[in-house]
Design a protein around this ligand. Structure first.
Ligand SMILES: [Zn+2]
Length: 217
């Protein structure tokens, strides 16, 4: 009993239970879902349901609070938003989909310069936590990003696809050979990144690839 109490206290120190909303900071431990209060959650539009045979899905629509939250994670380094909120919502979304069980989870990579600037890869942070929750193997280095391309929000979709094709490459394929892969990213726009990364994974031995993102722009 003593040991159990010590263990519980140690866990509380390592992962303190959330008492304030990760997005607005309001203390409201009663209504928190994955660290997000009911008021914030109300403003976060869910992405429409996907076709049954679709291999891609998103949790939210990329607007308002969701956009702010992604910015806080990516540009302010608020990692709890990725680890607690987004990883939790990704797990819920996955449970609601009729997808088969995944063998491995792979994040969409960032260029090493951005990794140095930011200190972490947001999709990697979420993918790692999700893998731990689902008890699925996390494969962080299947893909790499050899080109440091600029954000692609304003470009035409065909230009975006061409840019994406030269922006991603396979890195270490051992972990994905013969596996059903779940690819994780923060935002999807035209889906060109997903398309290129899925093709690379399939060409290099993955049997099936599904893609789940936090938000659809
Ligand atoms: Zn809130």
């Amino acid at each position: 009993m003593v040991f159990r109490n010590i263990a519980r206290k140690a866990t509380d120190v390592l992962y303190p239970p959330e008492i304030a909303c990760l997005l607005c900071g309001r203390e409201d431990s009663e209504t928190l879902t994955h660290g997000v209060c009911a008021d914030c959650l109300k403003t976060m539009a869910l992405s429409p349901m996907h076709e049954a045979d679709s291999h891609t899905a998103s949790v939210f629509v990329y607007e308002c609070k969701v956009r702010d939250a992604i910015h806080k994670l990516k540009f302010n380094g608020e990692k709890s938003i990725g680890k607690k909120a987004f990883a939790g919502f990704l797990a819920d979304k996955l449970q609601s989909l009729a997808w088969p069980a995944m063998d491995v989870i792979v994040p969409v990579p960032v260029h090493w310069l951005r990794l140095i600037n930011r200190g972490f890869n947001p999709p990697g942070l979420m993918a790692k936590t999700l893998a731990r929750t689902l008890q699925v193997r996390y494969v962080p280095h299947a893909l790499r990003r050899p080109r440091h391309t600029r954000p692609m929000f304003t470009k035409e979709s065909n230009v975006r696809l061409q840019t994406a094709q030269t922006s991603y490459a396979i890195y270490r394929s051992q972990g994905i050979v013969g596996k059903r892969v779940l690819l994780i990213d923060d935002i999807t726009t035209t889906g060109s990144t997903g398309q290129v990364c899925c093709d690379l994974l399939l060409k290099n031995g993955a049997t099936e690839v599904y893609m789940l993102t936090v938000a659809k722009a």
